[in-house]
Structure formats: C-alpha cells, structure tokens
Design a protein around this ligand. Sequence first.
Ligand SMILES: NC(=O)c1ccc[n+]([C@@H]2O[C@H](COP(=O)([O-])OP(=O)(O)OC[C@H]3O[C@@H](n4cnc5c(N)ncnc54)[C@H](O)[C@@H]3O)[C@@H](O)[C@H]2O)c1
Length: 387
Amino acid sequence: MTGSAQDRFRVGIIGMGRRGRLLAKCIRLCEPEHKQQLHRQLRGLPAPIHWEAEIVAAADQVEQCRDEARAVLPDGCAVHEDPMRVIDDPDVDLVVVATASIAHAQWTVAALEAGKDVFCEKPMTTTLEDADRIVDAVQRSGRVFGLSMQNRYSFWASTVGDLVRSGEMGELAMMWCHEFRCPFWERPETNDWISDMEASGGPFLEKNSHHWDIFNGWAQSPAVRVFARTRDTGSHADKGDIWDCAVSTVEYANGVMATHNLSLMTRFGHNLEMGAIGTGGWAVAEREGDGGTVTFHDNLSPNQRVLRANLSGVGAVGHAGAEIPMLNHLFGCLQRREQPQTSALWGRESILVGLAAQRSADEDRAVELRELRDESRFPELMPDYAD
Ligand SMILES: NC(=O)c1ccc[n+]([C@@H]2O[C@H](COP(=O)([O-])OP(=O)(O)OC[C@H]3O[C@@H](n4cnc5c(N)ncnc54)[C@H](O)[C@@H]3O)[C@@H](O)[C@H]2O)c1
C-alpha cells in the first residue's frame, strides 16, 4: 500500500480481551448499521465517523477470549490462537495490539517488521528497553504507529490544551490530576496480569500513562524531575503485588509543575478531574459520559465560561466518546501516511515519566528524567513538544 492513498483499511486484532473487544466494536462503528445506531443515539446528528475499515482477522491465546470475540467480530472474520497468523496474513494492513501490556513490544515489533502499520494499546510498554525497541522498529520500517491514548483526543483534554495553546491561560504554571476509581477488575481468564507489577508495569504505567501523556502535551516541554510516593491499603489484597494509592509531582523543563493523585480504592463512584492554571486563568476538566465539561476561570475577573461537549449518546461508545476522534485521527494518518499525534515518541515520553515515578517511590528520592534518558538507546530522541 506504500505510496498510494488508501481509504479502506483491513484490520487484524491481537488480544481479544476486554479492550480488544471494545476496540473491535469501535472500529465497526463505520459499518452502516452501527453508524445508523450512533446517529439515533446522537438524536439525529450525523455520526462523526470518517473512516472505512473491515476487521478481517483476530487472535487470542485464551479459548474463552476467542469465544467471546466471535460475538463482536464480523461474520467470516478469522479467529486464531497464534498472533503470528494475524501478522502474516497478507489481507491485514493494520495490526491492533491489545494484549497484556508486557507483550505490546513483542507483537508490535513483529508486525512492523512484517511491513504492517500498528495501533497499540497504552501503556506503550512496561520497560524503557521495550519502548526503545518500538521507536527503533518504527524508524526502521517507516510504517505508521499509533498509540491508543484516547484521552489525548477527548473533548475535555483537547479543550484545555487549546486554552493553553491559545495563550488565553497566560503562561502555564501548574497542572493537576486526580483519579479516584475502583480496584482493577479481576481477570481470572487472563491470569489477572493487571494486578501484577511486572506484567502491567504497575499503576504508574497502566493507569497514569494517560495522564502523563496529557500533562506532557499541555506542558509543551519535557519532564525533568519526578517525586512520587505509593501506599498499599489492601484494595487488591488477595491478588497481585500492585499498590493502590499514589501521590506524584512532576517538574517540566519550562518550570511548569504538576501533581497527580491516584486511588484504586473507590468501589462506588469514579472521579477523574484534570486541570491547568496559568497567569491569565485556570481550567478544570471533568470527564463525563456526554464527552465532558471544561470550566475556564479568568484570574483577573469573576468571569467564567463553561464549555460542554453535550453529546448525550457518545458515552455509550466508551471513555466519554473519545474513542471516535482518536480513530478518526488514526485512520486519517494512515491515509496520509503520517505518524499520529500519539506517536511512538510521545508514548515513550509517558513511559519515562511513569518509570521515573516508580523508581522515585521505590528508592525514596526525586528522580531526574536525564537519568532514565541516559539509559535509553536513543537519549536524544523526543517528540516535538512545541507542535
Ligand atoms: N486505552 C484504554 O483506555 C484502555 C482501557 C483498558 C485496557 N487498555 C489496555 O489494553 C490492553 C489489554 O487490556 P484488557 O483490559 O483487554 O485485558 P484483558 O486481560 O481483558 O485482555 C488481555 C488479552 O491479552 C491476551 N494476552 C495476554 N498475554 C499475551 C501474550 N503474551 N501474547 C498474546 N496475547 C496475550 C490475553 O489472552 C487477553 O485476551 C492492556 O495493555 C491495557 O492496558 C487500554
């Protein structure tokens, strides 16, 4: 397909657990009957789906996952046990990697080396070595690689990003995030990998990588120092070795400071709030089912402005509707042969912050990002923070 514009993509998915199945449903929103249903959910607004794709193959090593996958895949889609059957399938253009996080690099690198484009779940990897392997494979293959960081494309996160970039917030000074959520769901059928520090990378990667990515994008400057503390109150007591509470601070090269609180203890209710304050004003974003709300407050007057996505119906798609703009962007980039906004380099930046936070908590000290960058095979490589 290299060199010629393509407008319909054939997709193969590796990892048909919860996320793989949700992504299959989201990708299939481009099919006429699903588009029509979304159109009704949006009370007659046109379904904002601008891609054309067909899922032609999938794989999962667990029989129960393969069985559950068939319910969400199109008739006739091949469902394999071995992921290499998807990668080697000449009918597949784009490989989606939605396995346990520890396996992302293995299947991503294999797919890129086989000449496929890749869309990979977050966190990009659980180690810096694996993040470097992906960065290297993207560069060597020249294929498109996108990371499934849907929050970057959400109404709420992109609206705050726009307020920062427009200058309306003045000079950005501080950012914050708190997420209070339930313990990770049990996954007995897939060995509860998510509660295992090694298989998941721990919550600083599994959960916070979304928020590090948003902080990094809003800050428009690389992180330089992280200090973090974790605590285990026993919410996951009977399984795994992950902690369930953390407080982190992140400092950026341009002087911006950020704080992050994560709790995995809240069995009822889920609260995710992120915000940013500059010399001109501050904005607080709340993720809600209808796409979210951003309230912008002027620092020097009582004025405030409430910006709402107000798209009842998109919440049913997942993550406050953010999967849709992410997939529109991904497939647009595939057509134009461009790296998506959530590229391998941006993915590696979020991994670096998460790894620094875990090292800080483990070693009870502030960790300079330079220390981790120096351990990388590509210490000088960074995304374009000013973009
Ligand atoms: N973008 C998001 O908001 C979001 C949300 C949930 C999960 N995720 C990510 O999606 C990925 C999958 O999460 P999930 O919730 O579907 O978990 P899951 O346990 O439901 O599914 C994981 C799947 O990976 C397969 N798998 C495990 N190890 C494998 C290996 N070595 N090789 C091939 N397949 C393997 C399992 O058989 C299973 O079907 C994780 O990386 C997770 O962090 C992202």
